[in-house]
Ligand binder design. Structure first.
Ligand code: ZN
Length: 549
């Protein structure tokens, strides 16, 4: 070969290389037998419903770690392990005596008027503290609301009315409603009592339930149960009637105004206080998040990670369940999500090249107990939160029909959803708007715990098209969180494999693209959880969606 010919050949190669890079090989495809194998193992009766803290869950965790190993992934938990052991405390009910006072006058607070939830903060809680009425208990400067303005609640017990912020989307109000204890704690309160506006028979059933059911929480890095931060020692409930008696006011009109989202004027209340003698029985246990890592290939981007998460737990066995079947197998919720994650992980290992960013896979504990495994991970992450490019969460796909569309919860808030549209188009799957906004799904699964730390996150559901609506309605009505969510359902394994293909392509795109997803500008969740962070422009198509404030 002459030098000339050599140069020509090299030039041709130089042309050929970028062309090849622009036309990558078809992505590997998910296999229905793979996802089927995972679901059939995890949803078997032998796993006993995979409740966190039980042997059934531990077997499921071992299975996931074993699959990670088989795929050649690296352990992603501390100390080179697969398991991040999450410390939990379970508070079971004990005896509680509550005595209220208006001035010096005792106010009866019998079991039909007030109840405390078993407190993970201590087995014996004794205190005597003033009560302060704090409106709806909302303090959100971004929404222009501060029910705590002018109040000093440090060392006191706050009493909060039901009520939301008028004109805001359901997701936003669900978030605001879920952090009332956190807000009270940040203001220095020692306890929080939620006022029940429900009429008598319903209120008293609710009080019995809250008093009589155990509370599970994880222990945070500060040694405190996560749900009772700061100096907060308990959460409880009081009827509207009892709260009115304590404050010597008729609170009914105020509660009505709060519920209607109107102006609330809290009248000056005479001094009220509460003595609390609260017992509960504590038990400590651990249950693991199961974590694997696939290192990225690009020296510039490998320090960042894309996360795929799915909760591994379900609700276990309930001997009191109606009918003969007492095992809550959670085939869709969430053996199907774990199967999707494992299959996506396998596809990542099959590609010709490793992804540019690293990818972390987490099978999360205790989602059903209140997103606790995710909350623990977000509080003690194995990679810095700033380095997480995005979270793709997999929870409860419904592969009971040949789905043709998906819903991306979080699509209105961050740009992860734009990858869903691209990946969906490559598989003939379209993206539909949220058909169940009243369910506030965005704040009801594990990705929310990551979103709260500023990480753009989404969850995909199979959509309502092509028979989906009927399947979803029947599932929610008949099998969701019931023993019937098991392998007797007519699972469409090819549909589940397609769902795995879709989620793999979404995560793969995020892993390979130069720019990481961002929160959209002008959205509450972005401004709230990632203040000062870089923003993506909000697509005009979303302007009709109820996401902005
Ligand atoms: Zn569930």
């Amino acid at each position: 070969m002459t030098a000339y010919r050599y140069l020509l050949a090299a030039g041709m190669l130089g042309l050929a290389a970028p062309l090849a890079a622009q036309a990558p090989a078809d992505p590997p495809r998910a296999q229905s037998d793979e996802v089927r194998a995972h679901v059939e193992f995890l949803a078997d009766d032998l796993l006993e419903g995979r409740r966190s803290g039980t042997r059934g869950y531990d077997l499921a965790a071992l299975y996931v770690a074993s699959r990670y190993r088989a795929m050649g992934l690296e352990p992603g938990a501390p100390d080179g392990r697969w398991f991040q052991d999450v410390p939990f405390v379970r508070a079971a009910p004990g005896e509680t005596v509550l005595t209220g006072y208006r001035g010096d006058e005792p106010v009866a607070l019998g079991p039909d008027r007030a109840a405390l939830r078993p407190s993970p903060a201590g087995e014996a809680i004794a205190l005597d503290a003033p009560l302060v009425l704090a409106g709806r208990g909302i303090s959100e400067p971004l929404l222009g609301v501060d029910d705590y303005a002018g109040l000093d609640v440090a060392g006191k017990i706050v009493v909060v009315l039901p009520g939301t912020v008028p004109g805001q989307a359901g997701d936003i109000n669900a978030h605001v409603g879920s952090i009332k204890a956190e807000v009270a704690a940040a203001k220095g309160a020692r306890g929080i009592l939620y006022v029940l506006a429900a009429p008598a028979p319903r209120a008293s059933r609710f009080l019995d339930y809250m008093r009589g059911n155990e509370v599970v929480d994880f222990i945070g890095p500060d040694g405190r149960p996560s749900g009772l931060p700061g100096a907060l020692e308990f959460e409880g409930y009081v009827t509207l009637e009892a709260a009115s008696a304590l404050f010597g006011l008729d609170l009914a009109p105020v509660a009505r105004a709060a519920a209607a989202g109107g102006e609330i004027a809290i009248p000056h209340a005479p001094e009220a206080r509460l003595t609390v003698d609260h017992r509960s029985v504590h038990e400590h246990f651990t249950s693991p998040n199961v974590i694997a890592r696939l290192p990225g290939s690009d020296p510039q981007l490998a320090g960042e990670t894309v996360m795929m998460t799915a909760h591994l737990d379900h609700v276990g066995i309930n001997p009191e369940a109606r009918g003969e079947d007492k095992i809550f197998n959670g085939a869709l919720d969430n053996a199907a999500g774990i199967a999707t994650m494992l299959e996506a992980a396998r596809l990542f290992t099959l590609g010709e090249a490793a992804p540019r960013r690293s990818v972390t896979f987490i099978a999360l504990a205790a989602e059903e107990m209140g997103l606790l495994g995710a909350g623990y991970y977000a509080a003690q992450p194995t990679v810095p939160l700033d380095d997480i490019a995005a979270v793709v969460n997999l929870d409860m796909p419904v592969p009971l029909y040949d789905f043709t569309d998906v819903v991306a919860f979080g699509a209105a808030y961050n740009s992860v959803a734009e990858k869903v549209a691209d990946a969906g188009a490559s598989l003939g799957i379209s993206v539909s708007p949220d058909p169940m906004p009243e369910q506030n799904i965005f704040v009801r699964s594990d990705h929310y715990e990551f979103a709260k730390k500023g990480v753009p996150a989404i969850l995909l559901f199979t959509g309502y098209a092509n028979g989906g609506e009927d399947e979803w309605n029947a599932f929610f009505a008949e099998r969701y969180h019931k023993p019937g969510d098991d392998l007797s359902q007519p699972l469409d394994w090819r549909a589940l494999a397609r769902y795995a293909d879709l989620n793999y392509r979404i995560a793969r795109t995020i892993a390979d693209e130069p720019d990481a997803p961002r929160w959209y500008e002008g959205t509450y969740f972005g401004d709230r959880f990632d203040p000062g962070g870089e923003r993506a422009a909000r697509p005009a198509a979303l302007d009709s969606a109820p996401a902005s404030h």
